[in-house]
Design a protein around this ligand. Structure first.
Ligand code: BDP
Length: 725
């Protein structure tokens, strides 16, 4: 073959690859920051004309990160390398802190800038030298970085950039990922490989993943990372590990992300040689003060501590007859001089307490309202039990007006099918954020409460238990990345809609083609309800496999503690099913404000979604649909599994829009999901049938295996059991 022929062939091959751009393999590593080429050529040309010249002011680490991101983004989306310089031609893109860009006052006013705060930004179209220019500016470096990500999102989602006037700022102060990662790199409830923190190689070796993690997190506005498991290992606070934590903090700093640590309350005993961890003991107080000082000497912007105390066997102040407030305040005192915070978890329950588990956190924390120091924030799970596929909102959100309350969501899918099930969680998050607590009258949504709308003096926060691991695609399922993404977007602005977030993510991650976006957005939005249907319809909860929490386990009745048994929660018997939490039962309804209490208390008004959460209902009870409870329940289980089949069919039509690698991977995962959904359906229908003694309505295919088949299966080595190593 002559050289010319070879060149011709190569050129042809190259052209083919370009046309069929979507067949390139993509392992998902780049997340939503792949900066795919803008496919609409006309639009791309328009963008290019506006962005050919760039003025980028400043060169701090954060601004350098912002510049690099911008250049990567422009190169990827538009194959554009703008001319950079101070002496630029217009039209141009101007990026930098407002003061260093030396913009005329008319371009952005002081008051506009003030609104952006320390982390927000402005993106505006302005006229300079009679030319239309775009300015990305902020009061801080981090604001500029966020602005760059915000601007790139416009290109990635193919928005017009002709007349921009965007003012963005976070509604919530602390937007934190909680990693349940152990020092031995197992991840409690982690389904995406090992921990991304390689403690053994730290501090000497900085994995590129740490930087990409920070980029991705910063791109959605996350500003904190708790790097270790809430079931904490005291070793984390030893000098050896603090050196490693410092290396991570240095890596994250340019991206505006602070490091936090989960701490074990008994650390003064475990690693400090003290005889007690009593929070009112002077030596204990001093130990924590010294420890805080030591941390801040090497990490001056350290975020603070996350604490799981007196919960599931973790040590805490109650061992010394002290309260959660005593414990939290003691740590808060140690951190306050350094502006650190304490995130104290309200996830407490005890099988020795005779009361309904759903009531215990409220019972312990409500009396402490107003007693916490100002740098303590109580971290409350979205629902009163435990990150179930569906729970009513946690009553504490409507009950502690004088205490900062931080939302805790779970991104890792412990109860949502691990990383084999496609479940987009934003609708779950929104459902709890939009719940009305009535704490300050109608409209007192959980979202407003956690934004501090009723008490602006309070600090505010939102935490997401991370779903990140060493899998190439980070989250184990290409679509699970959307949950990391959605968490960040909602922590920044809880009022965004699940649908808008889904379409942004789809466009940035896969394709802008409407033929792809419309069915895939619909699929994502439906996916959580689908999971609820095949796992825990009508308010059922906590009926998963024992310990591993993998798959169905409605029959579980011999776990270590009563409140870990499925039978504790569903209470199925020959009369009916459900947990009576009304005034004739545990009266958990009384923990809500009267308007909410009455809604849930009354069978006629209690939403179907929460029916069996609050009521024990007869098998023949007439549902709103007209069907009996039994028939409705069976219907939901079949509906759920059938909907997964539909997801498989929809995805099957997407081959032309996405690369082969991710197409194949999602296809395989959906097949597994269908198998798991039918397992859930068959197990639950067959098991509950042993109580209802009613037939599966004729229109549904009967399970082809007996109940014993499902019951006898053991998944002892399912992933996610970490232990606090
Ligand atoms: C439960 C998990 C357990 C966690 C606990 C927590 O099963 O592994 O330690 O939550 O939030 O859902 O502390």
């Amino acid at each position: 073959m002559t050289i010319t022929l070879l060149f011709k062939r190569l050129a042809l091959l190259f052209a083919i690859l370009q046309i069929a751009g979507n067949v390139y393999a993509d392992d998902g590593y780049k997340l939503w920051l792949g900066y795919n080429a803008v496919a609409d050529k006309k639009l791309a040309a328009k963008y290019k004309a506006q962005l050919a010249h760039l003025k980028f002011a400043g060169n701090t680490p954060s601004l350098n990160a912002a510049r690099e991101e911008l250049l990567t983004g422009l190169e990827g989306t538009l194959a554009l390398r703008p001319q950079i310089g101070d002496k630029i031609e217009y039209p141009a893109l101007l990026v930098g802190i407002a003061s260093s860009l030396k913009l005329p006052g008319s371009v952005c006013s002081e008051s506009e800038l003030d609104k952006t705060g320390n982390e927000g930004y402005l993106i505006k179209t302005v006229i300079i030298n009679q030319k239309k220019c775009i300015v990305i500016t902020a009061k801080t470096d981090i604001g500029v970085l966020h602005g760059v990500f915000g601007f790139l999102k416009l290109l990635q989602t193919q928005q017009s950039i002709d007349a921009l006037n965007i003012l963005e700022y976070p509604r919530i102060m602390y937007r934190v990922l909680d990693h349940w990662d152990n020092l031995n790199r197992t991840v409690e409830r982690g389904y995406a490989g090992a921990s991304i923190w390689n403690w053994h190689k730290l501090p000497g070796y900085i994995d590129q993943r740490y930087i990409d993690y920070a980029r991705a997190s910063a791109s959605v506005g996350i500003n904190g990372s708790v790097v270790n498991n809430v079931n904490a290992n005291a070793l984390m606070l030893t000098p050896e590990y603090l050196e490693k934590v410092k290396a991570l903090a240095n890596t994250f700093r340019p991206y505006g992300i602070k490091v936090y640590l989960s701490v074990k309350f008994s650390s003064p005993i475990d690693i400090g040689g003290l005889k007690t961890a009593d929070p009112l003991n002077a030596q204990v107080m001093q130990w924590w003060k010294d420890k805080a000082d030591e941390i801040y000497r090497s990490i001056p912007d350290f975020g603070g501590f996350l604490v799981k105390a007196n919960s599931e066997g973790q040590p805490g102040p109650q061992a010394y007859g002290r309260s959660h407030a005593d414990g939290a305040n003691m740590l808060a005192d140690a951190l306050l001089p350094h502006n650190g915070i304490v995130m104290w978890r309200a996830f407490v329950y005890d099988n020795n307490v005779p009361d309904d588990r759903a009531k215990q956190a409220y019972n312990e924390f409500k009396p402490l309202d107003g007693q916490f120091k100002k740098n303590v924030i109580i971290q409350v799970k979205n629902g009163p039990i435990d990150f179930q596929p569906r729970e009513p909102f946690h009553p504490l959100f409507g009950a502690m007006p004088n205490t900062p309350l931080m939302m805790e969501f779970q991104l890792t899918q412990e109860y949502l099918g691990f990383s084999t099930n496609l479940v987009y969680e934003a609708p779950l998050f929104k459902e709890s954020l939009e719940s009305d607590t009535y704490a300050m009258g109608k409209g007192s949504t959980v979202s407003k409460v956690i934004q501090g709308a009723f008490n602006p003096k309070l600090i505010t926060g939102m935490a997401g238990v991370a779903n990140i691991g060493t899998d190439i695609n980070w989250c184990g399922h290409p679509f699970a990345q959307a949950n990391w993404y959605a968490f960040g977007r909602l922590a920044w602005n809880p009022d965004l809609s699940s649908g808008d977030i889904a379409s942004d993510w789809l466009k940035m991650t896969f394709s802008n083609n409407p033929g792809f976006i419309s069915p895939m957005k619909a699929m994502m939005l439906q996916s959580r309800e689908t999971a609820v249907n095949y796992m825990t319809p009508l308010g059922l909860h906590h009926i998963m496999g024992v310990n591993t929490h993998y798959g169905p386990g409605p029959w579980v009745d011999n776990a270590g503690r009563a409140d870990w048994n499925a039978v504790y929660y569903h209470k199925a018997d020959s009369a009916g099913i459900g947990f009576n939490r009304s005034s004739t039962g545990s009266n958990a309804v009384a923990q809500y404000q009267p308007q909410v209490r009455d809604l849930f208390e009354n069978l006629a008004t209690c939403p179907d979604e929460y029916l069996l959460w609050f009521h024990h209902v007869g098998w023949d009870y007439k549902m709103r649909s007209g069907a009996t409870l039994w028939d409705e329940m069976v219907h939901r289980y079949y509906l759920g599994a059938d909907a997964v089949k539909q997801m498989e069919l929809s995805w099957g039509k997407m081959a032309g829009y996405v690369d082969e690698e991710r197409f194949g991977s999602v296809k395989q995962l959906l097949a597994i999901q269908y198998d798991e959904a039918t397992t859930w359906r068959n197990s639950c229908v067959l098991y509950f049938q042993t109580f209802s003694k009613r037939p599966i309505p004729a229109q549904y295919p009967k399970p082809d295996k007996p109940l014993s088949f499902y019951r006898d299966r053991k998944f002892l080595l399912a992933p996610g059991i970490g232990g606090n190593q």
